[in-house]
Design a binder for this molecule. Sequence first.
Ligand code: PHE
Length: 311
Amino acid sequence: MSPVVTTKACFDDLLTPKDHISRSLSDTYYIDPQEDLVLRTHTSAHQNELMQAGHRSFLATGDVYRRDEIDSSHYPCFHQMEGVHIFDPKELPGAPQSPESIQYVEAHLKETLEGVIGVLFPHCETRWGNDSFPFTNPSFELEVWYNDEWLEVLGCGVVHKQILSNCDLGHTDGWAFGLGLERLAMVLFNIPDIRLFWSEDVRFLSQFSENELTTFKPFSKYPPCFKDVSFWLPSNFHENDLYEEIRNVAGDVVEDVTLIDEFVHPKTNKKSHAYRITYRHMSRTLTDTEVDEMQAQVRVALGTELDCEVR
Ligand code: PHE
């Protein structure tokens, strides 16, 4: 299935409100805003068409795209696995959408996913939290205690009754989940930086073979180079636009962008932000000249593309 989908498939059919943040130009890559075509932001964009095509239990895996911050666990393209299971109404303990039925589906969902996570992270402690997605009700998240922190590994829930009836499934109930695959693989293989999944470095690639769970042995990292930039914000500033411009200039060489200072000018009321950009190549040392050039281009782009007044 193509990663280019309509806003109808990505949002409307999933009951996402018109003013929901996930629809904004700063969060989603629009191929053409006039034509309402986007790069799918999640594999849930295919739930409806697959159910309408008659599928009742399926997994859908694919690349998804989001405009987001820049750090070791965020990259504009990543992969998700969607799972949907629709019950035969005979399996349900009560009428569809009745409290008994919802409770049964919820328990089945949780038990199923605990089984999956139990295999992937044996002996790890897990916990359920409540979450909110427009297309499931109720909605949950599952977290795993890993390396001294709670890590969110999936979102899920009982399929919203409106979606079921839109897919001619109003006579039954079902569940759905969405799993972030890089997140999972980073934990399973001990991979510290999401950019490594795109690496062609043999020191990385040679460590993995099919059907084998190996622990990644970090090879020496090349030195990072930090550059700060500060500027007056235009009135319509959005951080994701900044990240996008920096990626346009520096590509995968940018490792991290962090806001390090902000203030409002007492007289003019203008707002200023300072960011620290970390440049680091995955397989060689960057030269000063290269980094200076990228930084100079970032400064220009901030002015020309984002209307920022660089200081
Ligand atoms: N699509 C949701 C996300 O990307 C995850 C999800 C899938 C939640 C299916 C509920 C059901 O965050």
